[in-house]
Design a binder for this molecule. Sequence first.
Ligand code: F6P
Length: 758
Amino acid sequence: MAHKFSFHLPNPLRMGLLIAVLIGLFIGALAWFQIERERRNDLEEMDRRAYVLAHQMAYPAQVALQLPDSEATTAFGSMLEGYRRLIGLAVYRTDGRLVAAGKGVADFATVLRDAVGQTLAEGKDTVATQRTADAHLHLLVSVIRAPDGQPQGALAVLHDLVGLDERATHRQALFGFWIGFIVLSLLILTMAGAWLLYDRPLNRLAEWMRQLRTGDAAEAPPITLPVARLASESDRLAASFRAARTAHQEQARAVVRADNIWTRDRLRAHVVDCLRGGQLLVVSNREPYMHELRDGKPRLIVPAGGLVTALDPVLQACGGVWVAHGSGEADRQMADVQGRLAVPPDDPTYTLRRVWLTREEEQGYYYGFANEGLWPLCHLAHERPIFRAGDWEHYVRANRRFAETAIEEAGSGPAVVLVQDYQMALVPRFLKETRPDLAVGIFWHIPWPNPEAFRICPWAPDLLRGLLGADLIGFHLQQHCNNFLDTVDRMIEARLDWDHFAVELQGHVSRVRPFPISVESWTERHVLTGAELTRQIADLRERYELGDLRVAVGVDRIDYTKGLTERFRAVARFFERCPQYRGQFTFVQLGAPSRTHIPRYRNYINELEALADDINWRCQTESWKPIRFLIGHHDGVAVHAFLRMAEIGIVSSLHDGMNLVAKEFVAAKPDLDGVLILSEFAGAARELSDALIINPYDTEQFAEAIRRALEMPPEERQERMARMRRQVEENNIYRWAANLLADLTTVPISNPPTQETA
Ligand code: F6P
């Protein structure tokens, strides 16, 4: 192989050369203009002198020309001789004949003859410069006129320009010397400056990064970095890197453990260890079991949403108390006077403690501040947040009520409190104000936006202080942790420790960590299996006229962040692009109405219904519809059957913290026969990279993904699904809870902040 020779100039030299050459060129151009100007001035001066001489000699020449040649020569005497730069003068008759001339002029007779001929022919003076083999001349030929104005002859004045040329050359040499001197000095100065200010500090930074990689770097980057932001960003980068390495090491340790799968029993044992005799409390807005009235009778439902899906199995495994808003119409009726009841009702393992709120409080705190304010604030789905002072007051009051109820349930003993989500941001601080000894963690189930987005909330600093009451703050993704720390950094006076991802506020330390949430295996839930499942699927196919169509399914709360309009449009586009699938394939959307007291949510349902109707009307046949939009509450058993029935699962969130439906779909495919289409804007996309990842706003790409999913070869489907299942099985909800609790309980609780309440 031929070796290529490559030559690299060192950076400071390159920079020095560049600057020196540019400035050298600039000064060179200026010098050139200056030399030229002076040369022009010299020539003008020469013209002026020649004219003065010609003027002085005009009269004597006029008189002499009236005489015959011999007398005229005598009359001129030595008047025509030259001195210094003047070579001499010469006088001619109108026919061009020479009358008399200085001695030096004779050598240039030919040059003068032409100029004199031209002057007499045109009747006007000639001024010119002329180069001969060994001279450089300036000549003026002036017409001599009789008093009546008639031409009488011509007078030539001849100067030597060699002196002028010498001066110009001398100037060029002088300028050349100074330009060279300046360029060289600049080169040296720039090189030294570039080396001192950039090269040396950046080389030190590179060395520090290398050491960081090998593990023996100093905590902070070198202090002399040329740009202050480079120092702070390197600092953060190093902190993220260290955090990632620690997480990776922890993960690696976990993988080494033979029993890699977390189960309900294993979690139970682990929680007993973590709690050391204390109690486990969960505080959330949404309750895991809700009693609605149906035909005047209480009916139990399990609310839709990731929070319940994730935490109910944890509480079922570990026992404890779940404090939540009793929002069902028949909730009071089904609980005791304190608002308590044992759940799950058919096989109780833990206590649900319902908190009662008035309609007004619920409106302000839940619908208003939490869901018209914080929800759109944290999701980048182009919905404008609404903040009202009255809603905020209800939010503060409701959070205080939840905290007080949790403290009541904790009694006087030790307890670990897991606060859930954006509806409860102030609860950690309220808890700690009364019970600093409690171990308090909060898990934020939705994305945390960047500081620019979050700071528009008028009560952003209060929310941050509320959250920073917790000992541990969890998000799904590292990116959300980074955004949170950045927001704290910009908005309140607190000490940030980027190395350990921690914030110290008034002496209390909160650690910030990613805990990607997950699901439990369907085999641990009360769903149908075997022949019963087959029958259930057949019933559903019959009820919804699905026959033996190939099916894709979506399961969502009807929320504008879930990208349902984008999904419907992609399905319509798919049928336009691939008409051969009409009558072969149908998309089923299970949609649970959600937050319907908020106009935006009500309108969204209507909008979706109209869109589905429109698409169906355009494409449907007598026995087939492209979209089945099933609005209503679907229990876990039905959802499971739909997930099993469908060969494609579609999740197209415009922005989502995690999205557990994606993981539920994977968990529902023990036969590995299914393809997941997943939005790149859902947190789950980081873990489920074997899904067909789409941008839900890109209808063409989305429609193409549906075609690809339908036509994917069985082996590829199985390989992708097997990898995703391994991921979901190993990182299930029990592991999530185990990590969260271990992290919360293994570090001693620091002193809580007690001043300034929200
Ligand atoms: O995950 C976000 C979340 O808002 C949870 O807090 C909640 O339980 C779920 O979605 C469903 O929302 P909601 O409780 O408002 O119906």
